[in-house]
Design a protein around this ligand. Sequence first.
Ligand code: HEM
Length: 423
Amino acid sequence: MLMALLLGGLVACLAFYHAKDASNPAQGENFYHGQHITDPHLCHRLIAGKSLSDTHRNLLQPLGSRAEDNRRLVDAFNIDNAFTSADEVYVKHFVKEAQSRISLTSEQWKVISGLAQYAVRGWTESSQSVSEHDDHITIRIKLASMVQAVCLRVVLKILFKIEKEVASDDQLVSLAEAINRAWIVSKTQEGSRYGEDRDLQNALSAVFPDTNVFEPRENPLNFILPAFETLWRIVLRTFVEVKFTTGSKHPEWQDILIAFAGDPTKSQFELKAAEWKGISAEFIVSEALRLYPPTRRVHRTFKWTTTGEQISIAADIEACHTASKIWGPHALTFNPARFGKLTREQKGAFMPFGAAQFICPAKPVFGPRIIGLLAGTLLSELKNDWELNSDNAKVMEELNIGNKLCLNREAYEDVFLVRIRRR
Ligand code: HEM
């Protein structure tokens, strides 16, 4: 316990030290290299990609500043989208197209609600038995695979109108796993190469047989990546937090998300029913995005006007969302009620969907609501006697303690939903 406190103190001191020094223009340009900036004001400046101070100006244009840092995505996925292009006309068109694809009518929201339910039910009904006894069998579902496949099915329907009959769950899991592997390898020294990644090419072609998956501007991953890669991780954590950790002491949170999944409208999203103690689906999703931002860091490349040196710096969104000097002593506790009265400072520090001038088109409506809908559907379809289980004792211990969940991509890879079924 003492060790944890000391470590926590050290981490907080380092974050403060970085924020303080990074804002000091008297420091040499080199100082920033590889740094995570944790001060929200500086993060806003960094994301805009223009300058960090009067003396720290960027020779790269904002789009180039972002594209430069996302080169690894071009290598790994052969994409050409808003994140990787410095072509202003193309990026504008891409963002507009994304905006248009995620603008759903109330009728379409209902269809998505039905599709999400169908997708989860497919998993619960076909779940594998792991042990059989005279009077009962034990069945289990790999949590991450199910959440990934369900999110991918919904994303494909929304972005490409792909019907449920077109792709099987196995095909979706293969595609999700291939994307995940490429993403992880792309962050390593050797990087990932789309041209050599037969698994990814085949998984993509299986779902998009009529598309030239080798043509960057036609590549469906241009739209799939920003939507799927963010969604599955936040949906998984919202589900686990509300059903198994903090939410186990607040059963009304499940009711709130389940009610929204059944009626995915603006009024239901914002509803604070008396029996829900002033909490809405919107508050729960916002709090999940605060503690578990899918984009933990936003990177930009800077080429200094003074030296011409080119370096990469990250805006540490996760740090902005969890700093105790901004969010209070219980900054790491999942508490949706805090969204009932945010301070100005908290509003400025909360940026799960990025910041000007690159704000995500999913920020105002689609993003928060689809997270609520998917988490609510998982909660309603897995309502009863499902438990979490893993052979990894450390993961189970942490889940049982109920601390803040881990944000690492592979953190819950070996976690299963388990249920005993009487014969
Ligand atoms: C639901 C969870 C989502 C989160 C947390 C999220 C987060 C973000 C963040 C942090 C950025 C800024 C990136 C940067 O500045 O480099 C961004 C930008 C963007 N996102 Fe999202 N996103 C989500 C969903 C989506 C979806 C569903 C789409 C639809 C395809 C989408 C499309 C985009 C696009 C096109 C941009 C670039 C905007 C621009 O350049 O002006 N996002 N997103």
